[in-house]
Design a protein around this ligand. Structure first.
Ligand code: SF4
Ligand code: SF4
Ligand code: SF4
Length: 308
């Protein structure tokens, strides 16, 4: 019986729903695993069920699954305890792997973030930054691998049920599991003509398509002038399907699986990909945030000079 501990930090909960989305095969997996800690499901207290312990404690487990990025000092402490107690530690989803959407706040110093939230928004009564009964925020958002050793990363916002199922099954059977070393483009069935285009359409403009049109008769979105981050994004969202998740819905890739390599810079890779078909990346306002929308930890997004 494989013991699993699960934790969630700065998240939306979508990656936990992905575990449920495994569907029927989850029933077979559940017969072979035991969840010993999972705040989303069970009321396990960190300091003993009656608060009798003076040290944060999580039960020992074979596998630790953590979704979410590190945003508070408490997350940091729990992360360290998960590392101490779990033989294999898995970063579940893009927030855990690369900071995810929460790491967009890395574009602002912490004090500026507090000012924006508590004092400067038009719909908020100005107030002091709360400091009672809540853990302090960290100086910025961290991906898990910046703070502890991570054994396996399952990216995606959310990650895919197929990927979680395959990884858990491999761990149950004692087999290795590795992510594909390919880009979303490598798994995309759209037609690439390698002809240059001159105009980039607005980044959020919807793609034109005929409903039901077979994907292998549609021209690559980027070659049509739509911003698609497939060239700089790791493959894996295809699951058991015949096309990447968004492409199948006639939507360009937004980069949610993060960069293909740990040190890669999606902004640099995307600027190269756009230039190679004649598009000018400088037409995209806020390039750093657009291309690092899901990967702002690990130094990819840093504070900007204050504009106001
Ligand atoms: S990776 Fe996406 S789905 Fe998963 S917790 Fe983060 S925001 Fe939610
Ligand atoms: S750029 Fe987008 S649409 Fe074009 S091949 Fe790559 S993933 Fe497919
Ligand atoms: S196509 Fe891109 S944005 Fe869509 S699920 Fe796949 S990696 Fe994420």
């Amino acid at each position: 019986m494989l013991k699993i501990a699960e934790e969630w930090f700065a998240i939306c909960g979508g990656c936990e729903v992905t575990i449920l989305d495994i569907g029927e095969p989850l029933l077979d997996i559940l017969e072979q695993v035991e969840f010993v800690h999972m705040p989303v499901l069970m009321d396990h207290k960190y300091y003993g069920q009656e608060g009798e312990k003076d040290k944060l404690e999580i039960p020992e487990a074979d596998v630790g699954l953590i979704s979410g990025s590190v945003r508070t000092e408490e997350h940091k402490e729990i992360l360290q305890e998960m590392r101490n107690k779990c033989k294999t530690l898995i970063a579940l989803g893009t927030c855990a792997a690369f900071g995810g959407i929460p790491a967009l706040s890395n574009m602002y110093p912490l004090e500026e973030t507090y000012d924006m939230i508590f004092r400067e928004t038009k719909t908020t009564e100005p107030a002091d930054t709360p400091n009672q009964g809540i853990p302090p925020l960290t100086d910025r958002v961290y991906a898990l691998s910046e703070l502890v050793k991570i054994d396996l990363t399952l990216p995606g916002c959310p990650t895919t049920p197929e990927m979680v199922q395959e990884a858990l099954t491999a761990l149950i059977e004692g087999k290795p599991y590795a992510l594909p070393e390919k880009s979303v483009c490598d798994t995309c069935p759209l037609i690439r003509e390698k002809k240059s285009v001159t105009t980039l359409k607005r980044p959020l403009e919807a793609v034109e398509y005929t409903p039901g049109q077979p994907l292998d008769t549609v021209r690559c979105f980027m070659e049509q002038g739509y911003l698609c981050q497939g060239p700089a994004t790791r493959a894996g969202c295809i699951g058991s399907s015949d096309a990447p998740r968004c492409i199948k819905a006639y939507t360009p890739c937004r980069g949610c699986f993060g960069p293909m390599r740990e040190k890669a810079n999606p902004m640099v890779d995307m600027m190269g990909a756009l230039s190679s078909i004649g598009l000018n990346p400088r037409e995209i306002e806020d390039r750093a945030a657009t291309f690092n929308r899901f990967a702002g930890a690990q130094g990819r997004l840093r504070p900007l000079p204050k504009r106001r």
